[in-house]
Design a protein around this ligand. Sequence first.
Ligand SMILES: [Zn+2]
Length: 491
Amino acid sequence: MLRILPLLQPLQTLYSWCGMTHALNSGVRATDTSIALFGQPYAGLRHDFPSNLDALCERTGYQLGEARQIALHHTLLGYFLPLVDAVRADRVLSSLKEGSIPQLNMQLGITASRIGGHHPLKACRACVAVSERETGGAFWRIDHQLPSSFVCRLHGTLLAAAWDAVTPVHRRRWLLPLGEPACTWTEHAGVTNRQFHVLDRLQSDSCAFAKLPAGRLDARRLASTYRTAMCQEGMATSRGNLKLERLVRLVRGHYYGLEHLPGMQVLMSITDEWPGLAASLSRRVPRPGHPFKHLLLITCLFESWHAFLEAYDSSQETGSKHSLPTVPDPLQVQRTEFRRLVEEQHLSVRSASAQVGISTTTGVQWARQLGLAFTARPKALTRRVEAAIQRRLGRGDPVESIASAASVSVVTVRRVLGRSSETSQRRQTCVTGKKRDVARNSFSVLCSRNPGVPLSSLRSIKGNSYAWLYRNDREWLVRQLQQFGRAPRGH
Ligand SMILES: [Zn+2]
């Protein structure tokens, strides 16, 4: 059993958090820590994609949040899912909650892209120092791990790659930016101002891309968006045929000199497979492609990320009449129609579902996956269901897990919460209580483990939770310090 669980920071990767947890609960093997967290010896040691998330959530008392949120915001999955069909994305997420997927790289289109599924750990040295100072533990930032991330926008620096020379892949222990074993850093040679600017835009688009909901971008519609942009740039003949060699030249020119930057090798494959992304309308089954390739095109063809999204949303999915016939995915057509009905015709989810011939439950699921704003119709709850929801709310369980356990929408659960100020208060107390228990436990374990160590040194130990206790639980903190013969310091 792990006695200390640190807080998961907003941009921290799950992998980092596991490594920090391992360091704090020293004395066990890495695989034991992984088993304690995930019920599986290597699940916590993969730094890019997660697995066994439900087990993690249960074993940590939902302290890290909901499994889906962890996967989308603290692992690389969030970067890949916008291009994966919403239904499949949902399947991927469900599988990763319950266990793992043996062919995940294939499911995400990484294998076919030939970019490679090896994702080196990267960091900005200044950010590492900041995270060490402000959170008590240096961690890997998720926005620096994206395959198309090369710069830190905050500090205007190139990211350095960290290598563990001993066991490069499938590590048997966690590698942390400032931990042991020490990383072998590979700093990249400098780039010109223009090149930095190009990489900076790529970085900001990559972050925006990773924030899109799963299934937000469709390969066919993307191709159509690129075609329109190319025509506007004069990259089409008067008959509407695309001059693909001009696209290749454009991308090459834009990224000139960056081909040899580690991680940028994708630029070398540009000649043969690249135009496929823009021409995939002519394919019978369009391939989604790797997000990196799309991002390289997007940053070249559009003035800004906003301009790209606007062009995408106003593009016609079916493309021009001149394109070769495609085999439409029946579900895709339904989903697009569903989106149109809710977004443009302002139909309720129930009416839109009825019109496209799906159940309201599926409709609610789609609306959520597509990120559509909708108000769920109040569903008559049986007294028993409502009582169960109240009970779990009072216990501080996450809203999403209560909703899925009771088979109702998140909105319904929130409504139940809003109806009872007593439940709401109990919930608040419980959530704070859980945090407090975690913080108290971490701090007292540290105190008893480090007798005689000055408080200032204690406060520099990773995940020490002193600051939280000082703000939220000062009485206890003072008592605790007195017990150990220390006096609290002002902040
Ligand atoms: Zn930085």
